[in-house]
Design a protein around this ligand. Structure first.
Ligand code: FAD
Length: 291
């Protein structure tokens, strides 16, 4: 199923994100975790892609398995910044052969090693280059793109970030998924600004349940997200107890999702990080709301 069709249904739903194994030996464990999440019957599941391409083959394997064995629509991520045109063309062909209908087209993060190379020689500099290539290939994918309610760290300001976002959407994105955020007002403000800029595609908010104190630092480093005082207090109070922190983190994420649904959002994407218990708890907290 194409996700554009799903988003037009206007029905409250949750989707979950998983990541592929980094080593061959982890494959079965990851496959099991993703299948447990698929059994929750989310609206779709996304499978991330290693920017360096190290785990790239597994993105497709996991996405195909979720779709074929569990009937859950999948969104396969694809990054381009460290790829050649040939590799990308090959990936597109493999996705088509696997029956993948939805692709999240991303640039990928710039690693220190990559930053030292000559940019003029890069085959891809931005996600928009990948989107144009997918379109030119003739592959009939529903394409998603990433967006940043708190501004991408490389952007000079929000106006510039939204300007390039509009170009990216116009190049062929049918929807956008947001970077994680911990204060919903940042999302509402962002939505207002992008709608004003003429971006009309569905925007799927990404919510990360923080279930252990170590994750907080990693999440902030990765996303640059603002941590509201309310969330910091919770980490200070419960961070030392894994069980308490997990419970508090799940409740905080649930609270964010309820507020999003109450304010007109229909699909929320949960960064469930291969944790079926966390995904199941959030879904159970929302059982009557999701209907
Ligand atoms: P772009 O859209 O290219 O934007 C990157 C920066 O360049 C922004 O500052 C933008 O304003 C600017 N820009 C865009 N176009 C132009 C232009 N034409 N000229 C000048 N400037 C421009 N990483 C992974 O490695 N694997 C994943 O699976 C993955 N999944 C993700 C899913 C989501 C929902 C999100 C939000 C991020 C994900 N990432 C993933 C991280 C992502 O790769 C990084 O955030 C990366 O730094 C930017 O990717 P992008 O596709 O948003 O890039």
């Amino acid at each position: 199923m194409k996700l554009s069709q799903l988003f037009s249904q206007n029905k409250l739903s949750l989707s979950f994100e998983v990541f592929p194994p980094k080593t061959d030996s982890a494959f079965d464990t990851v496959k099991f975790a993703t299948e447990e999440i698929a059994k929750l019957r989310p609206s779709f599941m996304s499978v991330t892609y290693g920017a360096g391409g190290g785990t790239s083959q597994y993105t497709l394997d996991i996405a195909k398995n979720i779709k074929d064995s569990h009937g859950v629509p999948t969104l396969a991520h694809l990054t381009c910044v460290s790829s050649t045109k040939e590799t990308v063309r090959e990936k597109i062909a493999q996705m088509q052969a696997a029956g993948i209908e939805n692709v999240m087209a991303l640039r990928g993060d710039l690693t220190p090693a990559l930053e030292q190379t000559d940019r003029s020689k890069w085959a891809y500099r931005h996600a928009i280059d990948l989107i144009r290539d997918i379109k030119e290939s003739g592959a009939d994918f529903c394409i998603g793109g990433a967006c940043y309610p708190e501004v991408h760290p490389e952007s000079a300001n929000q106006k510039e970030d939204i300007y390039y976002l509009k170009e990216k959407v116009d190049a062929g994105c049918s929807f956008l998924t947001t970077q994680m955020f911990f204060d919903n007002n940042l999302l509402y403000n962002f939505l207002y600004k992008i709608r004003e800029a003429g971006i009309t595609v569905p925007v799927i908010p990404g919510i990360m349940p923080i279930t252990n104190a170590n994750q907080v630092e990693r999440a902030i480093k990765l996303s640059g997200s603002f941590m509201p005082q309310r969330f910091k207090a919770l980490v200070d109070k419960f961070g030392h107890s894994p069980e308490a922190m997990k419970q508090a983190g799940i409740v905080y994420a649930t609270d964010q999702i309820i507020d999003l649904f109450a304010n007109g959002i229909t699909n929320v994407h949960v960064y469930s990080m291969n944790k079926p218990d966390v995904a199941a708890q959030i879904q159970s907290n929302l059982s009557h709301i999701l209907g």
